[in-house]
Design a protein around this ligand. Structure first.
Ligand code: NAD
Length: 245
């Protein structure tokens, strides 16, 4: 039903798992996808696999915290119609082995650099082109950590994820009349979680399973479509019912 033919979508952190799934779904709906990742070889592998299926996909490696690199990539491969801010450092990487009271600025920087600064940079880079063309879709992959908090050690990650969804709300207010929507998708536990913890985590999910990249791709496809033009400034919780709002 949702057709993205003629649209170009940039998906950050699309070298594996959720981002690769989003790239697969958007490309199957007709979008040209630009597969970003910090790791060039992963971006190339995913882009090649998609292109082998007959869609238009290109690798676009850069670090989302490097504003100059983002600007160069957008200038060379734009215009960007759909930006999906997916790059993030969640999971065990995001959990500090201490409570917030025992942390300092050096602990906060890492989790916030990718999850918040990276989103700010990418949005800032694509917005002028979207405003000029009078159309744009910005989707940020956030987390239940950002909407609800998920436990000890996650405070800086939660701030990064919560800040990014606040940015979406602000952009929705500033750019509604420019034809640009900005929304967040806040994920619960995904099926990329370590096998030894999967069973225990699944027990806490009302629908009885972990989330898949295809679940996220489907939500992104809808938000990227013309049909979702009246949806902006929203946070959609994809969590199997584990976090009710
Ligand atoms: N996996 C989960 O259970 C879960 C839960 C809630 C939210 N999320 C969020 O969903 C998103 C995707 O999660 P995932 O599990 O697929 O993550 P992942 O770690 O499997 O993949 C993230 C990708 O982003 C890339 N990346 C990291 N830093 C980057 C940077 N600075 N510039 C460009 N690319 C970079 C990595 O190389 C990797 O390929 C993340 O934003 C994460 O915070 C995940």
């Amino acid at each position: 039903m949702f057709d993205l033919t003629g649209r170009t979508a940039l998906i950050t952190g699309a070298g594996q798992n959720v981002g690769a799934g989003i790239a697969r779904t958007l490309s199957s709906a007709g979008a040209t996808v630009l597969v970003n990742d910090l790791r060039a070889e992963r971006a190339e592998e995913i882009a090649e696999a998609l292109a082998a299926n007959g869609v238009t996909a290109r690798a676009l490696p850069f670090d989302v915290t490097d504003r100059t690199a983002i600007d160069e990539a957008v200038a060379a491969h734009g215009p960007i119609d759909v930006l999906v801010n997916n790059a993030g450092n969640g999971g065990a990487e995001a959990m500090l082995p201490k409570k917030f009271a025992d942390t300092g600025p050096d602990d906060w920087r890492g989790p916030m650099e990718v999850n918040l600064d990276g989103v700010l940079h990418c949005c800032h880079a694509v917005l002028p082109g979207m405003v000029e063309r009078g159309h744009g879709r910005i989707i940020t992959i956030s987390s239940a950590a950002g909407t609800h908090g998920v436990g000890i050690g996650f405070a800086p990650y939660s701030v990064g994820k919560g800040g990014s969804l606040s940015l979406m709300r602000s952009l929705a207010l500033e750019h509604g009349r420019d034809g640009i929507t900005a929304n967040s998708v806040a994920l619960g536990v995904m099926d990329s979680v370590r096998a030894e913890t999967a069973a225990a985590l699944t027990k806490s999910i009302p629908v009885g399973r972990l989330g898949s990249p295809d679940d996220v791709g489907a939500a992104c496809l809808w938000l990227a479509s013309n049909e979702a033009g009246w949806v902006t400034g929203q946070t959609i919780g994809l969590n199997g019912g584990a976090f009710t709002s």
